[in-house]
Design a protein around this ligand. Structure first.
Ligand SMILES: C[S@@+](CC[C@H](N)C(=O)[O-])C[C@H]1O[C@@H](n2cnc3c(N)ncnc32)[C@H](O)[C@@H]1O
Length: 241
C-alpha cells in the first residue's frame, strides 16, 4: 500500500522523557526542503518566544479558559484554524518536523495568532510534566501510519501514551484520533478501548465517517482522499473516575 510514510527519509532520534524514564526513539523526518529566509528568520527570532517550557508546560497559559494539544500538526493548517476559531483557548502544538514548525510560525505571524505555543520535538519530552486533569482536548490527526507490522512499535499511539492522555485530560473531555489506515484504526481502537478509561459513543458507521464539527481538513487527509483512502474520525471521551 502506498502511504505518506513511504519514500520518507527516516531519522531515528532518541529523546529523553522528562521523568527520567528510558530514552524513546522518535521516528520520522526532522527536516525537509530548505526553509525560506522568512521562515528561517521566524525560527531564529520567534520560536523561543512561543516555545513551551518543557519543565513547566502550562506556564504563562493561566489566563486562558481551556488548553488543547495537537500532536503531530504537520503543516499546521488545522492548528491555525482551531486557534483562530477559539481565541480564549490556548493551543499546544507538538511537531518534530522543522518545516512544520516554520509553517506554524508563519501562520501565527501573518494572522497575528497569540494563543498557540509550540514544542519542536517529541511529545514525550514534556508530557509527564503536564499536571493531571489539565487539558480540555487532544488531537492526533493522521499520525504516521507505519503500515508494516515490523514497524508497528514506531506508531505514536501506544498503551503508555494512552495512559498519559487519560491522566492529563479532564474528565468528560475529548480525544480525537483520525486515520486513513485501516490497520492503524484497528490498532488504536483496540488499545484505547482496552484501556477502559475512555468512552466511545459511536452508534453507527456514520459516527466515524463524519468529520468533526467545523472541520477544516488537513494536508494529509487531502492526500488520502486523492489516493482513494477513507478517513476515519474517532471521538473518545475521557471517563469520569
Ligand atoms: C502523517 S503526518 C500528519 C500531519 C497532520 N496532522 C496532517 O494531518 O496533515 C504525521 C505528523 O506527525 C509528526 N510526528 C511524528 N512523530 C511524532 C511525535 N513523536 N510527536 C509529535 N509529532 C510526531 C510527524 O512529524 C508528522 O508531521
Amino acid at each position: 500500500m502506498k502511504t505518506n510514510q513511504i519514500n520518507m527519509t527516516v531519522t531515528n532520534t532518541k529523546t529523553k522523557p522528562s521523568n527520567g524514564q528510558p530514552y524513546r526513539r522518535l521516528w520520522g523526518r526532522a527536516k525537509g526542503k530548505p526553509l525560506s529566509p522568512y521562515q528561517s528568520g521566524l525560527v531564529d527570532t520567534k520560536l523561543a518566544e512561543v516555545s513551551i517550557d518543557t519543565e513547566s508546560p502550562l506556564a504563562g497559559l493561566e489566563s486562558f479558559d481551556n488548553i488543547r494539544m495537537e500532536i503531530g500538526f504537520g503543516g499546521a493548517e488545522h492548528l491555525l484554524y482551531r486557534a483562530t476559531e477559539n481565541p480564549n483557548t490556548a493551543f499546544i502544538g507538538v511537531e518534530p518536523f522543522l518545516n512544520g514548525i516554520a509553517k506554524a510560525l508563519a501562520g501565527m505571524d501573518r494572522r497575528e495568532i497569540k494563543n498557540i505555543r509550540l514544542h519542536h520535538g517529541d511529545v514525550w519530552q514534556f508530557l509527564e510534566n503536564l499536571p493531571d486533569n489539565s487539558l480540555s482536548h487532544i488531537d492526533i490527526l493522521y499520525p504516521d501510519p507505519w503500515p508494516k507490522a515490523r514497524h508497528y512499535k514506531r506508531r505514536l499511539i501506544q498503551e503508555d501514551l494512552i495512559s498519559e492522555f487519560h491522566r492529563i485530560l479532564k474528565p468528560g473531555k475529548t480525544l480525537h484520533f483520525a486515520s486513513d489506515i485501516p490497520s492503524y484504526v484497528d490498532w488504536a481502537l483496540l488499545r484505547i478501548c482496552r484501556h477502559g478509561g475512555f468512552q466511545w459513543h459511536a452508534q453507527t458507521c456514520a459516527d466515524w465517517q463524519t468529520p468533526y464539527p467545523d472541520w477544516p481538513g488537513t494536508r494529509y487527509e487531502a492526500k488520502a482522499h486523492r489516493e482513494g483512502r477513507t478517513p476515519h474520525y474517532f471521538r473518545f471521551v475521557r471517563a469520569c473516575d
